[in-house]
Design a protein around this ligand. Structure first.
Ligand SMILES: Nc1ncnc2c1ncn2[C@@H]1O[C@H](COP(=O)(O)OP(=O)(O)OP(=O)(O)O)[C@@H](O)[C@H]1O
Ligand SMILES: [Mg+2]
Length: 270
């Protein structure tokens, strides 16, 4: 049985009677990674937030999301809360919105770790430092004392990833987790996600604009356009023989970008 099976996930805006996401279906196996790609506004964040019941009540979610013998869409809010943050962690696209502006990063990390790992505050602090180190955050002790507004978007993103990894959930949903990072840190974070799979048993839903990163991390990929899933399959098949016109466009654009980059680099070296 798959770890997560999403069947015909559909999100409708009841006020405007608009369908935002239509019939998205995929499976996620234990210790695997699915990449979700697609242009801005195609419904990637909406899909992932809907799975965890993190969307506004005016939006209606239909379909099913089977996890551990339960349909997540049928759970009461107190039941989904027990799964969210503990068994399925989400790294939000907007890192700032994930933190409480009034308390320090350290106290928020400790609180989450104490609650989900049933450990003492002292142990939580130790783990926080270890995980921030893994995210290549220098002076983690100082960072833990800071309030969210005192840190850059990239720092907050890495703190959020550190929390998710420390909780060791069954699934991490990472929504554009590397957008605010420079290429060196992006590379390190991608390596951490690779390590997650090899060392822990965590499965990952990785949302990204970057086909290169998806190619490095994911075994399967889902391509979205205008709220619909236009392609879904093994990464090597989808990228080498894209069936849908939009996927071909994405792949070709990437090839073009890589070519121009390589050419520009060559020029610099002449
Ligand atoms: N709360 C909301 N109510 C109604 N529509 C919304 C809401 N939030 C987002 N949308 C719409 O849903 C669609 C999908 O948005 P979503 O944020 O999922 O896109 P995305 O693929 O994650 O884009 P990006 O790559 O920019 O993050 C967009 O048309 C957006 O305007
Ligand atoms: Mg998004």
């Amino acid at each position: 049985m798959s770890l997560l099976e999403v069947i015909n996930l559909t999100v409708t805006d009841k006020r405007k009677n608009v369908v935002i996401v239509k019939n998205v279906s995929f499976t996620l196996e234990r210790n695997s990674c699915i990449g979700i790609v697609g242009e801005s506004g195609s419904g990637k964040s909406m899909t992932s937030k809907a799975i965890l019941g993190l969307i506004h009540p005016s939006l209606k979610v239909t379909g099913a999301a089977h996890f551990d013998g339960k349909d997540l869409f049928q759970l009461k809010s107190n039941e989904i809360r027990k799964i969210r943050g503990k068994r399925i962690c989400m790294i939000l696209q907007d890192a700032m919105s994930a933190f409480d502006p009034l308390s320090t990063i350290g106290s928020q990390m400790s609180e989450t770790l104490c609650e989900n790992l049933e450990i003492s505050k002292k142990e939580a602090e130790k783990i926080s430092i270890v995980e921030l180190n893994k995210m290549h955050i220098k002076e983690p002790v100082q960072v833990l004392k800071k309030y969210p507004h005192q840190l850059s978007g990239g720092m907050l993103q890495r703190c959020m990833i550190a929390i998710a990894i420390a909780v060791k959930p069954d699934i991490i949903i990472a929504d554009e987790p590397t957008t605010a990072l420079d290429s060196i840190n992006q590379n390190e974070v991608v390596k951490e996600f690779q390590r997650l799979r090899s060392e822990l048993d965590t499965a990952v839903i990785f949302i990204s604009h970057d086909l290169g990163v998806v190619q490095r991390l994911a075994q399967t990929v889902l391509v979205m356009k205008d709220g619909k899933q236009v392609e879904y399959g093994e990464v090597k098949d989808v990228f080498s023989q894209p069936k849908h016109e939009y996927t071909r466009y994405l792949v070709n654009t990437r090839v073009q970008l890589t070519k121009s980059f390589t050419e520009a680099m060559r020029k610099d070296h002449v």
